[in-house]
Design a protein around this ligand. Structure first.
Ligand SMILES: Nc1nc2c(c(=O)[nH]1)N[C@H]1C(S)=C(S)[C@@H](COP(=O)(O)O)O[C@H]1N2
Ligand SMILES: [Mo]
Length: 322
């Protein structure tokens, strides 16, 4: 028999991206049978721990944007979250985001553009072909994940709305639904959660307008129905549940800068050489993989994307522009 027990399979083999896709197809065809035959356990859980609301998103994997690290199990991706609008504990978003309303959904695109528009989610999704990309995500708190997102480059949207010469920054305004977001009652941050990128950063092909994860639409706790992912920056730059994209001339004051400008800067590029004032950023813990006693994992400059993005910051002092 070719059936092997999970214990016989090397972890690297189990979670390689290609295996994930093959397994996904295989499991869809023969999920129950495979489970009964002994491929159950965490293989199955990893493929299907997705929340029940997810719909399949057809996407083509773009190998140019796939890191080879082991994928973080979907269970961790969808239950260990930062989404302060739903509470500040890691489990709060998964526990509290169930009532969040994502239908109907529109995104207003305004400011310094020739073609401002308010666009419905379905039309937004059709702006460009969906791709699957595997990115590292590094939170400023010192943990990281490896996540298979679904979306397309934000630049696709930007090109269509034709920014004027005055557009120097892009501001992302995220949802506020007081009836469904218990965290809005707390004053940890100023709401709405606002983030921003410089125009050239927003145009970089890595900056992903993201609609899904693990082959399905985003769970609410991950920023449904549409969010940004800028993988070379600390996770807080990647605003969830976008309702407005504004093109502006002046550098926006983001929620985290308002909350603590000495701790969180505008650029927030992942940088092991620039410690947070209260902790080092030299190492990280990979969620779902590294335990308390695992050796420290080195954090990479620009989260490992230096080859692709370092030129955006040529001549800039990245200690000053943290
Ligand atoms: N609207 C909003 N977006 C947000 C946050 C938030 O609290 N509110 N947290 C950020 C932080 S700190 C991180 S690390 C990432 C986490 O994304 P994930 O939960 O999908 O891994 O979302 C970012 N986007
Ligand atoms: Mo974060």
């Amino acid at each position: 028999m070719l059936i092997r027990r999970p214990g016989d399979i090397a972890p690297s083999e189990i979670t390689a991206q290609s295996v994930y896709q093959d397994r996904r197809r295989l499991m869809l065809q023969a999920g129950a049978a495979a489970a009964a035959m002994g491929l159950a356990g965490w293989t199955n859980r990893q493929a299907f721990a997705q929340t029940t609301t997810g719909e399949k998103l057809v996407a083509t994997r773009n190998p140019q944007f796939v890191v080879m690290d082991k994928l973080t199990p979907v269970k961790d991706v969808t239950t260990y979250n930062n989404f302060y609008e739903f509470g500040t504990d890691k489990g709060d978003p998964a526990d509290n985001a169930g009532r969040f309303k994502t239908k109907p959904w529109t995104v207003a695109i305004e400011g310094e553009v020739k073609k401002p528009m308010t666009i419905g989610l379905d039309d937004l999704r059709k702006m460009a072909p969906m791709e699957e990309r595997v990115y590292r995500l590094r939170c400023v708190e010192g943990w990281s994940m490896v996540i298979p997102w679904v979306g397309f480059s934000l630049s696709e949207l930007i090109k269509r709305v034709e920014p004027t010469g005055n557009a120097k920054f892009v501001e992302f305004v995220t949802a506020t639904q007081p009836e469904t977001m218990p965290g809005l009652r707390s004053r940890v941050l100023e709401w709405p959660y606002v983030e921003a990128l410089r125009m050239d950063e927003a145009m970089h092909p890595l900056a992903l307008l993201t609609f899904g994860v693990y082959g399905e639409t985003l769970p609410n706790q991950n920023g449904a129905p549409v969010r940004i992912v800028a993988p070379w920056k600390y996770g807080f730059k990647s605003g969830k549940s976008l309702v407005k994209i504004r093109f502006v001339e002046k550098q926006p004051v983001t929620s985290w800068i308002k909350a603590a400008s000495s701790e969180y800067g505008f650029y927030a590029n992942v940088n092991p050489d620039v410690p947070h004032p209260r902790w080092s950023q030299a190492t990280e813990r990979r969620i779902g993989e590294d335990g308390l006693f695992s050796p420290k994992r080195k954090t990479l400059p620009f989260n490992g994307y230096a080859d692709q993005v370092a030129s955006l910051y040529a001549g800039m002092d990245l200690k000053k522009n943290y």
